[in-house]
Design a protein around this ligand. Structure first.
Ligand code: PMP
Length: 793
């Protein structure tokens, strides 16, 4: 057969002749708009319609053959595409184009352009319908069908392979981080650039680490609203067809769903509902893995981000092309909307919606056996069925199957588990240098200054150590040097650490199981508990009355000729039961301590760094300035770092001739990390978040307490909240119920633990990135759990 040379532009007459020659069909032809190909709609004399595609010169034949192969595969795949239009939520039947062979039984015809370059021609059956993009009555029914259709497609493509599918494509979401990095400079608007940077950071945290775990397959890769067809323009329309296999690629299977969702939710009022409806429907028809649900939202954002980056390049190249600007607008609107949600919270919600439950794993038993063999038996493990936790992100912990749990407890990973900026600060410094304070290093002085700036002026000197216990140990040495005394007032039930001295000053330990009671120099004052204690309420009068116990102790000491060393007290009681002390308590006690020559130590190991929201430090809520403040837990967001902050006078008293050298304290890595934590609290407005979310949280809990009588008391400041469970008006502790509650909530993927002398206080002190959606989920689950507990009685 002679060579077919085509002209540019190609005439419809030439098309008609080519079709007659190769396919034996007598047709009329109409050119269709195409991105880079020539596309023609053909109508035969008997009314049949076809699409003729002439690929652009760069398109390799192997890739066209791959498209044909998949379209053929779909026609022949198992029969679960049998029509079933009765069920609105399913989409068992959808049509895809079918490649039509030439008279010579060829799938692809090679034409040549005027330069002698081959151009490949294919004929496809025509898929009729109304474009999703042009349909004005899209609703729940079609979203469900879209999910079902995408699921069906994934099932059918699962068994399909083709050597050409492993190709690089800018539109492959697997490449999104790279595409964004290489094109972000095309964005000239600062706000837009910042939005794309946020998405890029989201991908680094919530997509890239899971790369190896995401199932891969050959996917259509472009279920957009102009490739998707419906069978009518009515509200009752069904999704009936999918066209254009030009972007197929071997990639993450879940990208198919992410892309379908991206276009379906463009310019919808409630994009989150659309995301949820389509995802749930997909999952019903083709179950997704927990990890796929976790990365889905970042992938949707990635599709929008790559789309606007690609169009930004085109806009720069054609600044007068208004169409380019207009067509990018819906994606920008969607980006703005989606970035108002927390990506991890959506991952969690999607896992909950799809009812992802833990799968059996035999690793638990192995790990438990190894722990028993090699470690001290005194370590405890949470939950009847312990959890293997392998990853932390924000306020979530992920188990070995990437199933997320909402962390209500961890006040160490304060700015969120594995916060990328904190991690990066540590990694960078670790890869550069880690030494000790005997060399000069900028990090130590910079961080000291930044930390001291958050403190009242009097507290002007800091020493870095490695744990809260060590900080309290050092505080005790400082007290000895400053006052010459070891006589210490401690609050009943308090915990200050696990080292020798720290246990000696912790009634929770020395009066608890295995404890040996108080040493002679330790003087216990009652816990100022406005709910359960002898004196009720938060008033100043109550504060003064509780303080009177301390005043009496101090008087008793001086009457017996002893010099007071000091008073140590958490600014809010942690282990003691997440208690807020009545107003004026610390003020009155501090006055009495100082009048007796003692010093006042505030243990802020649990409660500092803006958790209370209104202030940086919880002691500020009592309107006092301590002489020593000990810091720990949140200070390094999980990195072992702690500090003692004090006055110049007390620090000077420590100069006895004995050197203080601490191998790790104040090292450049710890300082870089600590500094990054402070910066993050400020730059992400996390104090404001703690205050806002905490107040909302307490309001919701108090509302719940009105209908759930087990909740006896709700108290807190910011995101330091205690909810105390009691059985009756006599405040009989509901200890068993509280324990059962933690197990029930764990089944709903909430990690909660208990505190207080009776183990009946729900300890609520999550990472301070906790949000209102988290509160709503927790409170609704708490409500159900409490109801189920009441029903059992
Ligand atoms: N002080 C308080 C108030 C604490 O809660 C703790 C730890 N729970 C410590 C000190 C001891 O800190 P670390 O475990 O870092 O030694």
């Amino acid at each position: 057969m002679s060579q077919d040379i085509i002209t540019n532009p190609i005439s419809t007459q030439q098309i008609v002749e080519l079709v007659l020659k190769h396919y034996g069909l007598d047709v009329t032809a109409k050119q269709l708009p195409g991105y880079i190909d020539f596309n023609f709609l053909l109508t035969s004399s008997d009314g049949m319609r076809f699409i003729l595609k002439i690929a652009n010169a760069d398109e390799p034949m192997a890739e066209l053959a791959m498209q044909n192969a998949l379209m053929n595969h779909l026609q022949h795949s198992p029969s679960d595409r049998a029509p079933n239009k009765e069920t609105t939520s399913s989409c068992d039947s959808f049509e895809t184009p079918l490649p039509i062979k030439t008279r010579q039984q060829q799938d692809i015809v090679t034409l040549f352009d005027e330069n002698g370059q081959p151009r490949f021609m294919r004929l496809l059956s025509f898929v009729d319908g109304v474009f999703f993009a042009n349909h004005s009555k899209i609703g729940e029914r079609q979203y469900q069908q879209l999910g079902a259709m995408t699921a069906q497609l994934s099932k059918q493509t699962a068994g399909f392979t083709h050597p050409s599918a492993n190709r690089y494509l800018d539109w492959d979401l697997k490449q999104a981080p790279h595409v964004i990095d290489s094109k972000i400079d095309y964005l000239k608007d600062d706000t837009q650039r910042a939005q794309i940077e946020t998405i890029r950071a989201m991908l680094a945290q919530q997509l890239t680490p899971f790369d190896e775990k995401l199932p891969q397959a050959v996917i259509h890769n472009d279920i957009n609203d102009y490739n998707l067809l419906l069978d009518s323009a009515e509200e009752s329309a069904n999704i009936s067809g999918l066209i254009d296999f030009g972007d197929m690629v071997h990639s993450y299977r879940v990208n198919e769903l992410a892309i379908a969702i991206t276009y379906a939710m463009l310019d919808t009022e409630e994009p989150l509902n659309v995301i949820k409806t389509i995802t749930q429907s997909y999952h019903e028809h083709n179950p997704l893995l927990p990890v796929e649900l976790w990365v889905l939202f970042p992938l949707i954002c990635a599709r929008l981000a790559t789309s606007v980056c690609n169009s930004a390049k085109a806009i720069l190249e054609e600044p007068d092309n208004d169409y380019l600007l207009i067509s990018a607008k819906p994606a920008w609107r969607a980006i703005e909307k989606l970035l108002s949600f927390d990506a991890k919270t959506i991952g969690f919600e999607l896992q909950r919606l799809c009812n992802i439950t833990p799968f059996a794993s035999n690793r638990h038993d192995d790990i438990i056996a190894k722990r028993k063999e090699n470690l001290f038996q005194t370590l405890s493990i949470s939950y009847q069925q312990p959890l293997i936790i392998e990853r932390g992100q924000g306020q979530y912990l992920l188990d070995e199957n990437d199933i997320a749990y909402l962390d209500m407890v961890n006040n160490v990973c304060h700015v969120g588990h594995c916060h990328p900026k904190v991690v990066a600060a540590g990694q960078t410094q670790m890869a550069t240098l880690n030494t000790n304070t005997r060399y000069l290093h900028q990090n130590l002085v910079d961080y000291s200054q930044a930390l001291l700036e958050t403190m009242p002026d009097e507290l002007s000197v800091v020493m870095f150590v490695n744990s809260g216990s060590e900080a309290n140990e050092l505080a005790m040495r400082l007290m000895q040097c400053a006052t010459g005394s070891q006589e210490l007032l401690v609050v009943d039930g308090a915990y200050h650490g696990h080292t020798n001295k720290a246990i000696e000053i912790s009634p929770y330990k020395f009066n608890g199981p295995g404890g040996e009671g108080a040493a002679d120099n330790i003087h216990i004052v009652p816990m100022p508990d406005p709910y359960r204690g002898e004196i009720k309420g938060m008033s100043e009068a109550s504060g003064r009355q509780y303080a009177q116990y301390a005043v009496d102790k101090i008087n008793h000491l001086s009457n017996s000729g002893k010099q007071l060393g000091g008073f140590i007290c958490e600014s809010l009681q942690g282990v003691g039961g997440n208690l807020i002390m009545p107003n004026g308590y610390l003020k009155t006690v501090y006055q009495a301590v100082r009048a007796a020559g003692g010093i006042c130590i505030a243990d802020e190991v649990q409660v500092g760094f803006g958790r209370v929201g209104s202030h940086w430090w919880a002691f500020e809520t009592q309107d006092v300035v301590p002489d020593i403040v000990t810091l720990g837990k949140p200070i390094g967001n999980g990195h072992p770092l702690a500090a003692v902050v004090t006055t110049k006078a007390i620090a000077d008293a420590f100069v006895t001739g004995m050197e203080y050298f601490n191998t790790f304290g104040g090292n450049p890595v710890s300082c870089a990390i600590g500094h990054a934590v402070l910066d993050t609290i400020k730059s992400e407005n996390l104090r404001e978040n703690a205050l806002d979310t905490g107040n909302y949280f307490m309001a919701q809990l108090r509302e719940l307490a009105a209908t759930q009588p087990l909740i006896g008391d709700v108290r807190g400041l910011g995101l330091f909240i205690g909810a105390e469970l009691v059985l009756d008006e006599q405040l009989t502790p509901a200890t068993e119920q509280a324990k059962a509650l933690c197990e029930i909530l764990k089944r709903q993927h909430i990690l909660l633990s208990l505190d207080g002398p009776h183990n009946n206080v729900l300890k609520i002190k999550p990472p301070i990135v906790f949000n209102r959606a988290n509160v709503d989920y927790f409170v609704s689950q708490l409500d159900c759990a409490l109801s189920s507990l009441s029903a059992q009685e």
